[in-house]
Every structure is written in structure tokens, then in C-alpha cells.
Design a protein around this ligand. Sequence first.
Ligand code: NAP
Ligand code: ZN
Length: 368
Amino acid sequence: MKEKIDFYMPTKVILQEGCVSKQKEVFKSLGSKVMLVTGKSSAKQNGAQKDVIEVLEELNITYIIFDQVMSNPTIACVYKGAQLARKEQVQGIIAIGGGSPMDAAKAINLLTVQDIKEEDLFNGVYEDKILPMIHIPTTAGTGSEVTPYAVLTNDSKQTKTSIGSPLLFPQVALCDAKYTMHLDAKITVHTAIDALSHAIEGMFSVKATTFTDALALESIQCIVDCYEEMKTGNLLFKEREKLLYASTIAGMVIAQTKTTTVHAMGYSLTYFKGIDHGRANALLLGAFLTYASIHSKNKVQEILEAMNLRDVEEMQTWLDSLLGKKEKLSQAEIHQYAQIASLSKGIKNCKLVLSLDEIEELYTKALG
Ligand code: NAP
Ligand code: ZN
């Protein structure tokens, strides 16, 4: 090997039906009082919260619940959660949910044990202190259960910004596809394409290695395998588990490579237009691959082969068949979003660094 490979993924990952109760001993490392961090309702509805509480009661671990995490969590939300965790002197954190509660839980954890002012939250300089945490994903998309990032809505920059630190890797990820069984068809597709985007963007990252490429290609294949079921919205446990596996390994990819162009551009679609995170990426992915097919033909070919597709036009048709009617942007919006994206780290993290004009062109091709 000519290149140095540095792959750090300290999270213990268990992918197993019923793993919350079957692996209950992992909860003992959280201490005697914990905080559950969830969204408003899904953790209660999909059975994950109930399973966790049963285990905690059996182990005599007391708990409080912070169930106020909204999609695309705000800075105010995580400071509020941390205030409660401090007041209650919790010793560990359990996140149950999609990327939003999982990311919020990481930020809450950091703010519980460290005094960090809002203006310093994203500067990457933290003390070496964190509470143990367990993440239980209930969407199959973000891979947050195995990444060192917490993505928050950042109003001062009118975008979404990540806190990134190895401290934020959860100790344990408990991945049980049964919690994802009743995700509606739209969320299923959007989150799956988020994972697909992680895998593909990871392959274009300046930090990509043979390890991350291998995981990315495996993830891409698994997602493509579930295409027909995603289209009809009829997914059995087998497909749900495949998507969860795919999203977790795509998370392992971006844990090393970070995200690149598509995420950098997608954040404005979420921030200004309220478009779901995964859908925002899905709307841009085809245009990015079309651009990449000119400048990085071999890499795109590798991806198309993994997807069993002939060319980028077929890839766009594949995406369109899952996305339904697509949103449109005005010229002024495209100009504004391109300015914001051009300043983001994700653009420079891609082997193909797009100029401001190229970013505008890409938005226009995708949504103009
Ligand atoms: P989400 O915002 O966590 O959840 C979306 C919706 O799905 C919510 O209404 C949620 O309800 C519902 N939901 C969750 N699990 C469900 C289930 N099992 N059954 C039915 N409904 C369910 O969406 P997400 O796409 O998973 O996460 C997006 C966030 O992750 C964004 O903020 C994005 O920036 C971030 N992200 C982070 C990373 C990372 O590495 N850290 C990577 C990619 C994306 P409730 O609100 O009631 O729970
Ligand atoms: Zn994402």
C-alpha cells in the first residue's frame, strides 16, 4: 500500500434483532442515572423507548427523558437538554431516534460536562471529558450512531454546522431494524438516499482510502438491492435490516472522510426551504455525479457499476423514480445558496473543488 490508512471507529456496533434486551449488559457502563434523548413521538411509537426502559428498570438504573428534539435540532434545544442533564446529574446518555435526536444527544452530552459558550461551540477545541452514551438509530440514513459529528441548525450562519470531535463517537450503537419497520415510504427513501450520498460523497473526499471505498461500495450495493421495495414502500424486515446495515457502514465512511459537495449544497435546501435532510441530498446527487463524470470518469464508473446502472442519465432516472415531483429554486435563491455553500468546508473536502460558478450551475441543473 502506498497510502497510509488511518481508520478510527471506536464505537462498538451491534446489529441484531432484539439487541436492546439481548445485550442489556452494555447499559451498565452508563452509570446509575441516565437521560434518554428522543424526538417528540417516534421513540414511543416504534417500541424502542419501551424496550430501553424495561432494561433500565431491570438493571436498577434510574432515568429521565428529554423528548424535545425537533428535526434539524437547534442550538437552543441542545443547551436546554444539557441544562436538564446537569440539574439531574445524569451519568450517561441514551439517544433513540433518527439523526436529529442522535446528534442532539451528542451535543447535549458535551455541554453537560463542559462549559462551552455558544460562540465557541463549533471551534473544535474541547476538554477531554464526555459521558458514556449509547445510540439507537430508528431511521436508516444518517449513520450518526457511528460518527463523531453533531449537526445543528446554525442561525448565525444561516446553515447547518457540525460539531466534530472524536469525543462524540457513541460507546455503543444498538442497531435493530424492527424499530424502522413503520417508517413511512417518504422518510424511508429520503434517509436511504442520505446514506447513499454519504457513501458516494465519501468516495470523492480528499480523505478517502481503500477502506472507506470498500465500505462505500458495499453500502451502495445494499441500498440499490432495496430499490423495488423502496419504490413500492413495501419493505420487509430483511430489506429494513439491509438499509440499516448500509446506513451504518456509510456512517463509518463519513466518520473518516466527512461529507463533501452534496451535503454542503443540501444544507441551504433544508435551512431555507425546510426540505428533509436526505431529500435535499437526493435532489442534488444526480447533478453532482453528472459533473463528476466529466472530471473523474473512473470513480463515477465504479459507482455506476455498483449500482448496476449504465450511465449518469440512468442514475438520474433512478433517483427521479424515487423522489416524485421535485422542488424548484428561483435564480435569486440559487445565487444565495451557492454563495453560502462556496464558503463551507465540505466543498473543499471534495477532490473536485467546485468554483462558485460551478456550484450555481449544479443547483440550476438540479433545481432551476
Ligand atoms: P430525523 O429528523 O431524525 O427524523 C425525521 C422524522 O422521522 C421525525 O419526524 C421523526 O419523528 C421520524 N422518525 C424517526 N424514527 C422513526 C421511526 N422509526 N418510525 C417513524 N417515524 C420515525 O431524520 P433523519 O433523516 O434521521 O436525521 C436528519 C438529521 O441528521 C439532520 O439534522 C442531519 O443534518 C443529521 N445528520 C447527521 C449526520 C451525522 O453524522 N451526525 C449525518 C447525516 C445527517 P420524532 O421526531 O417523533 O422522533
Ligand atoms: Zn447526511
